[in-house]
Design a protein around this ligand. Structure first.
Ligand code: S5P
Length: 265
């Protein structure tokens, strides 16, 4: 049912502020594109985010790969988030006991909870990982995604593991807003489905990544957000701005067209 409802209509059903803001801004900005920026220099990260900003609802970071990370990077990231109207998703993939992830989320040099609207976790430790992350993130209005499935070949996140992840999310709907998954799951509850492994030009990367098109992901599989990395920014520290902007718009248009078709608009 969630797959045929509009993002705007679904926003009203979420108590979690991050989920609500994300759905509202997707509707306002007409984009279901999340750009994943996996570069290693602060200047490249900010340049690429500024270039894709107008086309995206969400920017996904791997903050621990930045070699010259500093406090100023966080300020500039927050500035770009307001300038272009997108949310920030730190793809931290927490995977430890509750007490440890609470520290990893709030402390260390990165202090992820202080700037990242959304983060994610592997369900492998059991529900304590949600309790730990919620103790930090919930008072700040943050949202959590569970990795119920993965895009890589041979992933162990399948079958009974995926079902258990869904059950864990159901028990914590105030903080768990959805999943990293390859398809929408049946069920009464509305969860956000964010899907990586999206590419228009290639099928894989020689290291296990597997790509599907925005249309397959949004229309055929009923997912909500396409996560695109190298298909947009290119290789290494990224292509020229003009190329990146054009690629971001190309993916935004594909993703949005598939959503309009799915919702019968
Ligand atoms: O199953 C997954 C989950 C994630 S979050 N498969 C993924 O590829 N990701 C992330 O999405 C991955 O860590 C990377 O940052 C991004 C995909 O990048 P691309 O360059 O292959 O589009």
């Amino acid at each position: 049912m969630a797959s045929t409802k509009t993002y705007a209509a679904r926003a009203e059903g979420y108590a979690n502020p991050a989920a609500r803001s994300l759905l509202e801004l997707m509707d306002r900005k007409k984009t279901n594109l999340c750009v994943s920026v996996d570069v290693t220099r602060k200047s490249s990260l900010l340049r690429i985010i500024d270039a894709v900003g107008p086309s995206v609802c969400l920017v996904k970071t791997h903050i621990d790969i930045i070699e010259d990370f500093d406090e100023d990077l966080v300020s500039q990231l927050q500035h770009l988030s307001s300038k272009h109207d997108f949310l920030i998703f730190e793809d931290r993939k927490f995977a430890d006991i509750g007490n440890t992830v609470a520290l990893q989320y709030s402390r260390g040099v990165h202090r992820i909870a202080s700037w990242s609207h959304i983060t994610n976790a592997h369900p492998v430790p059991g529900p304590g990982i949600i309790t730990g992350l919620a103790s930090i993130g919930q008072p700040l209005g943050r949202g959590l995604l569970l990795l119920a499935e993965m895009s890589s070949a041979g992933t162990l996140a399948a079958g009974a593991y995926t079902s258990a992840a869904i059950d864990m999310a159901r028990a914590h709907r105030d903080f768990v807003i959805g999943f990293i998954a390859m398809k929408r799951f049946d069920g009464q509850e509305d969860f956000l489905i964010l899907t990586p492994g999206v590419g228009l030009d290639v099928k894989g990367d020689g290291m296990g990544q597997q790509y599907r098109t925005p249309r397959e992901v949004i229309l055929d599989r009923g997912c909500d957000v396409i996560i695109v990395g190298r298909g947009i920014y290119g290789k290494g520290e990224g292509s020229d701005d003009d190329v990146i902007k054009a690629q971001a718009e190309r993916y935004r248009e594909e993703g949005w067209k598939a959503y309009l078709e799915r919702t019968g608009q």
